[in-house]
Design a protein around this ligand. Structure first.
Ligand SMILES: [Mg+2]
Length: 402
């Protein structure tokens, strides 16, 4: 089962996606997501110029060996561009292995540990009244978990709050737009929003909130403490986590659970967070953390320390990544939650897929492999458009984390 073709497909059905498609000499195909939001072409070049030439003629059944070949063989280790490229190859090889075995990939990962994958949606609005209406909409759709983001009075824009509720896309311009941030205004406003949401929807709805790396550890400790009466399922990315020790300070001040990991590219980015139990949920993803093979390693390490998965699932991950994520989610013992932002109809058409949502759960496809493909003719109708994520400044002009 040799790889005879490897195509890197860049398409923009509403937003940019990079996809790797592998073809074997016995006619099997596999797809892997290689999308790195705002840096898409860097990964496409990494794949085309440095990876594809080494794949042709390689045995497609050797997933582990290929992972190590691409990781150790590059000499330059880690980093989002490298790990996203490796993830694409790894995901495509799992897809091929599933098709060769005649089984959905989750069967190759040990089979089902649960009946469905609990997902959370994004309820966001400028006003508290708008937030309550958005949460109600998700509850009506069957969601059992909702992430809540509200506008902050005095700020023109706020992360996570957009006009297009269902298909929020922050990468909105070729050159980054600039937003203004005030930690003081945010900390004063946010606990009251959650008090009203909890009061309106009762104790059983899982509520989540994304801080988007905007607080210092002690500020995050204060926020977490102020949110304790409203029993959040998690507080996401409370502070930048390059300094993993800093999470200890937050832990000293609050029992609000913490979720981190959407920008991590490997196990070494979260080793201390997991082994010292400084987080409760690890949010690394298939596409950015080295594929199914490497993310499984992260989840297995996390399981030893009672840390559960909570994988990133924003619209900047293609349906190929979501398909792969669902096979892992349904198989691992320590699954927590899966983020699920719906793609547009144009994106869904480019990536025909077999997973489906029902009653608050996503279900992976039952067909052999990952159960997803890319329509290359349709993809060709949507050429790449430069789109960058915004940047953020404090009110005095100081650059801050977005
Ligand atoms: Mg996030």
């Amino acid at each position: 089962m040799k790889i005879v073709d490897a195509r890197v497909i860049v398409t923009c059905p509403g937003r940019n996606f990079v996809t790797l498609k592998l073809v074997t000499d016995d006619g099997l195909t596999g797809v892997g997501d290689a999308t790195l939001n705002g840096r898409e072409l860097a990964v496409a070049s990494y794949l085309r110029d440095h990876v594809v030439p080494t794949l042709i003629g390689r045995d497609a059944s050797r997933i582990e060996d290929t992972w190590n070949y691409l990781y150790k063989g590059a000499y330059w280790r880690r980093g989002p561009v490298t790990m996203t490229a490796i993830a694409a190859v790894d995901t495509a090889l799992w897809d091929i292995k599933g098709k060769a075995a005649g089984m959905p990939v989750y069967q190759l990962l040990g089979g089902r540990s649960r009946e469905g994958v609990t997902v959370y949606g994004h309820a966001n609005a400028e006003t508290v009244e708008g937030v309550l209406a958005e949460v109600a909409r998700y509850v009506d759709l069957g969601y059992k978990a909702v992430r809540v983001q509200a506008g902050v009075p005095g700020l023109a824009t706020t992360y996570g709050v957009s006009g297009d509720k269902m298909f929020y896309e922050p990468a909105d311009a070729a050159v980054p737009t600039e937003a203004v941030w005030s930690t003081e205004r945010y900390l004063a406003h946010t606990p009251g929003v959650f008090a009203q949401v909890r009061d309106e929807f009762g104790p059983n709805l899982k509520l989540l909130h994304d801080v988007h790396h905007r607080l210092t550890p002690i500020e995050a400790g204060r926020l977490g403490k102020s949110l304790e009466p409203h029993a959040l399922t998690w507080m996401e990315d409370p502070t930048p986590a390059e300094l993993q020790d800093s999470l200890r300070l937050i832990r000293q001040h609050t029992t609000t659970p913490i979720a981190i990991g959407e920008i991590f590219s490997g196990i070494w980015d979260c080793q201390q967070l997991i082994t010292e139990q400084l987080i409760d949920y690890i949010r690394a993803t298939v596409v950015h953390a080295g594929g199914i093979t490497h993310l499984r390693r992260i989840f297995d390490l996390a399981a030893l320390y009672q840390v559960r998965s909570g994988s990133h699932g924003a619209t900047d991950l293609s349906p190929v990544c979501m398909s792969a994520a669902l096979h892992l989610d349904v198989a691992i013992p320590n699954f927590g939650l899966q983020e699920y932002m719906r793609h547009t109809a144009e994106t869904d058409a480019v990536f025909p897929h077999g997973y489906h949502f029902a009653d608050g759960y996503l279900h992976p496809a039952e067909e052999p492999g990952l159960g997803v493909d890319i329509d290359e003719d349709l993809a060709a109708q949507y050429p790449y458009r430069p789109a960058a994520l915004p940047v953020n400044r404090l009110e005095d002009g100081t650059l801050h984390s977005w």
